[in-house]
Design a protein around this ligand. Sequence first.
Ligand code: PMP
Length: 406
Amino acid sequence: QTVLDIVAIRKDFPILNRKVNGKPLVYLDNAATSQTPQQVIDAIVDYYSNYNANIHRGVHTLSQEATDAYEQARIKVQKHFNAEKAHEIILTAGTTHGINIVANGFAAILQPGDEIMVSALEHHSNIVPWQMLCERTGAILKVIPMNLEGELVMAEFHKLLSDRTKLVFCNHVSNALGTVNPIEEIIDSAHKKGAAVLIDGAQAAPHIKADVQQLDVDFYVVSGHKMCGPTGVGMLYGKEAWLQKLPPYQGGGEMIAEVTFEKTTYADLPHKFEAGTPNICGGIAFGAALDYMNAIGFPAIAAYEDELLQYATEKLLAIEGLKIYGTAKEKTAVVSFNIEGIHPYDIGSILDKLGVAVRTGHHCAQPIMEFFKIPGTVRASFSFYNTKEEVDVLVAAVEKARAMLL
Ligand code: PMP
């Protein structure tokens, strides 16, 4: 049973008090974006009220305060993911941005005929940049298949892996199904063949505290907005040697050492990958979000969310005709489902009328939907501020939708 004080936690989230269509909001779209606690909102208001200034170049007090707070946030991110060095943390606009930085960098490394490998369980943002990279370089994209439970077929992964494989990328947790992938095995095996590994931690980060040194991963990317932070900020962790090897992604201010019209030299890490004025407030608020989640504690968060997952799975499966996609042994608190004979969008619309926010559709993972031969699913995704009572509201709403639509 949970050790979290859910009543106190819910008070931190002002949005949870609002009504939608006259009903209390039941927010179960956490895999799309999480809600923001007052502590993070306060950090944002404090920045704009008291020390809004551009960073890294001003001699004036406000600029120094903003620079200190931003670099302090970088260190919070470094400590959270246990990177060895602060300059291995690139503050990005989010997961998509981080992946594109690495994909662009590998254009300078890959040769025609080199192989790169993706999993069948990916979000489009961990597919499309790599296809663009293949077009640019002549590299070949291989796909690790999945099974009906929504797990990767690891025997196939080992068969596909070869001396030609230069890079493997997959998510730590699938946003569409919640599957936790065996990234340790993927990283170890890829390294034995000399391939680098990028892990998309966008969906893992709200539930699992990844230790990049223990994982020995080459790149790990996350979005702040999935873990109680604001949108438009995230992290790309890269091993120092890799970040030094990859060329910069964007050119501009802040990322240079010296500029003449003949030649420009680039700034040291992390600035080489942080062209232009960054999302200063977002970075600071991301740090505040990590403080907030760490004060609650990731083991307690994961245990409680698992309780919600088990409870919701059992109650939803009792509904006639309801099928859950993604039944992996290891999964986070995501339930992706359909009811036979009903389009997911129709269920989602009725749920919204009842105040229940879920996502419907392909969840930016069309290949997974194609695999199951479905147009999409209804996805309920839980966070540590959700309750069993809210799961009951969801289940009653789905039953009502079924009765109305069948
Ligand atoms: N990968 C996964 C697994 C995701 O869930 C998401 C967000 N849905 C992304 C990548 C993209 O993240 P963002 O849109 O924040 O860049």
